[in-house]
Design a protein around this ligand. Structure first.
Ligand code: ADP
Ligand code: MG
Length: 428
């Protein structure tokens, strides 16, 4: 069920091109294709900047003094975790917590005087300029009231004022994918694609401004980064009944179809749904579902990583893991579970690669140029074999020419990238 043939991937790529076209033309479709009002950096951006990265598992704040020579400066940073209540209450609670965190950071680091800040907000935002943008809709389980449709820079500025955090001026807004591309391109001029493979997934790329057929706010550069919001892609996907089941039980049914097949928030749940189903049929665990698989969302993608790392012929490591979790498992159960894990993660890596291939091949069908793809996210960084299977898929699709597609991990890309964007937009 989870195997995806090369023909299927090619059909997906064709469908993706059509969705990109629609999104750029402002026609209805699954890709928002959001203008980011920024082009890749020159590498000469310099100066001290704050960067706030909000919307991931942790909130991060960084201070960086960009050297202006394509090298990564020393990053001084801190992180904190928002509580369930803070992401699900309202705008005041959420941004108040962020503002207090920023204030604490400035105090503990002794940063006084005016500070320019770049703001990474890892959700779909509709921007009209580099320094403002409205939240289109929450994803990834965030639900705070009073933020959708509002300018998040204004919400942050207001919270900073209310909490008495003086001197900080938000000069730019971007999402995490754009931040990742900017960080990657600051380091390497061949970087023209940014990709997130973490809790969620998304891709942005560099487009000719003239190719954006829908109305765009004031912007005078020849190229602009487009945030595709690829996680919402929903055409020619090889969906199974387990994908339908996962979608129905999610907080955003009908949305983020590709993300639900690819990203860290969902892969564990997909495996759980398959296991529960086969167990109910009586073919696994003697028909008694171990507690590990009983609760929706209770089987995390980190678990999949552990199982994937088990390369023993008989899945002994997986059996031990099941034993520790307190289930009565037989060797056959462990082998089957590992097979499910490999199938679900294999499909994810192949789809992730195909969507990247679609983005690059839209403007470079012959893969004539080198495209460095900056990637940020724990799934890509930590999942055994995920990157290798993506690269294998590139080769399957393009043979020799696949060498033009170079995946480049940029850890902290979304944070550091916000500082780069702040610098790029401050220097005009
Ligand atoms: P975010 O995307 O929230 O900014 P990350 O990039 O760190 O943050 O991604 C976190 C997600 O990555 C987690 O939700 C989890 O699904 C996944 N993840 C974290 N650690 C691992 C791991 N060791 N193996 C596989 N997936 C992981
Ligand atoms: Mg992140």
């Amino acid at each position: 069920m989870f195997a995806v043939s090369p023909e299927r991937l090619r059909a997906l790529i064709t469908a993706f091109h059509e969705e990109m076209r629609r999104g750029l033309a402002g026609e209805p479709g699954s890709l928002k294709m959001l203008p980011a009002y920024v082009d890749i950096p020159t590498g000469k951006e310099r100066g001290p900047f704050l960067a706030l990265d909000m919307g991931g598992t942790n909130v991060r704040i960084l201070w960086a003094d960009l050297p202006g020579n394509r090298s990564v400066p020393v990053l001084v940073g801190d992180l904190f975790q928002l509580s369930r209540d803070q992401i699900s209450a309202d705008a005041g609670v959420l941004f108040g917590a962020i503002a207090r965190f920023i204030g604490r950071f400035l105090r503990t680091r002794g940063l006084t005087g005016p500070q320019r800040m770049g703001f990474t907000f890892s959700f779909a935002i509709r921007q009209r300029s580099i320094a403002r943008g409205e939240l289109i809709g929450w994803t990834k389980g965030w639900t705070a009231q009073g933020v959708v449709g509002r300018d998040v820079v204004e919400l942050l500025n207001r919270a900073l004022a209310e909490e008495g955090v003086a001197g900080v001026r938000v000069v730019s807004l971007n999402n995490d994918t754009t931040g990742t591309l900017m960080a990657g391109a600051y380091l390497d001029p061949d970087c023209d694609v940014g990709c997130i493979l973490g809790t969620g997934t998304n891709i942005c790329y560099r487009e000719r401004t003239a190719a954006i057929r829908k109305p765009v706010g004031p912007y005078d550069k020849e190229f602009m980064i487009i945030n595709t919001e690829s996680g919402n892609f929903n055409a020619a996907l090889p969906r199974t009944r387990f994908d339908a089941l996962l979608d129905a039980g999610s907080e955003n049914p009908g949305l983020q179809a590709e993300e639900k097949m690819v990203s860290g928030k969902y892969l564990g749940e997909l495996v759980r749904l398959v296991v529960a189903d086969v167990c109910t049929e009586g073919f696994l665990f003697g028909g008694r579902l171990p507690a590990l698989f009983a609760v929706p969302g209770g089987f995390g993608t980190e678990r999949l990583s552990e199982i994937e790392a088990d390369v023993s012929p008989n899945a002994d490591g997986t059996l031990a893991l099941l034993g520790e979790a307190g289930g009565g498992a037989a060797p056959g159960d462990a082998r089957f579970l590992r097979e499910v894990v490999r199938s679900v993660s294999g499909r994810a890596a192949r789809l992730a690669a195909a969507v990247l291939a679609a983005i690059v091949s839209k403007n470079d069908p012959g893969l004539d140029a080198t495209h460095v793809i900056a990637v940020d996210g724990s799934l890509f960084e930590k999942y055994p074999g995920f990157r290798a299977r993506m690269e294998e898929t590139f080769r399957e699709l393009y043979g020799e020419r696949a060498g033009c597609l170079r995946l480049a991990p940029v850890s902290d890309g979304s944070g550091f990238g916000a500082a780069v964007i702040a610098a790029a937009s401050s220097s005009g």
